[in-house]
Design a protein around this ligand. Structure first.
Ligand code: ZN
Length: 181
């Protein structure tokens, strides 16, 4: 924790305000990041998103969650929380297997539910310097990537629940809607 705070000060990183359900930006289809968008502004955004993710003890964060409707995510599914990955314009190009595990979301505080996801995937994306790259992920990491890419498509994990799951989270979602006014 102390280490993260020191790194934050050095880089002038700031913690961003999280958008919370039912904020409409969470429902928008985020726009691709174009080559001309790359540079200082988007790199700074990625740094701030990482700082926000760690500060909130999250394992991933998508730009729409901090009010920017762009196809950019940061993840860190590592146990030691020291291996962040920034993905620009991520696309899942292959996926296989299915399993169910509990998820939560920084934009839906207090709500957790079991979600069905693919177990293995291949994701292609660009780095902050515009290089095309990709990786294979499995299990928890694959789950985090699917959850964050869903955010870029305006989709939330509660949308993926079956009837019983939806019923179980209905009250909590209604409370968030009422809190938002
Ligand atoms: Zn989320």
């Amino acid at each position: 924790m102390g280490k993260i705070a020191m790194a934050d000060e050095r880089a002038g990183v700031r913690r961003l305000k999280l958008r919370v359900y039912p904020d409409e930006i969470l429902r928008r289809l985020a726009l691709p990041v174009s080559e001309k968008d790359l540079g200082e502004t988007i790199s700074k955004l990625a740094e701030d998103m990482k700082a926000t993710m760690y500060a909130e003890s999250g394992v991933g964060l998508a730009a729409p969650q901090v009010g920017i409707s762009s196809r950019l995510i940061v993840i860190d599914p590592s146990e030691r929380r020291d291996s962040p990955i920034v993905m620009v314009n991520p696309v899942i190009v292959d996926a296989s297997g299915k399993d169910v595990a509990e998820e939560g979301c920084l934009s839906i505080p207090g709500v957790r539910a079991k979600v069905r996801r693919c177990v293995r995937l291949v994701v292609e994306f660009e780095t902050l310097s515009g290089e095309k790259t990709g990786l294979e992920a499995e299990g928890f990491a694959a789950r985090v990537i699917q959850h964050e890419i869903d955010h870029l498509d305006g989709k939330l994990f509660v949308d993926r629940l079956g009837p019983a799951g939806r019923l179980a989270v209905r009250k909590a979602l209604r409370e968030l809607e009422e809190a938002a006014g």
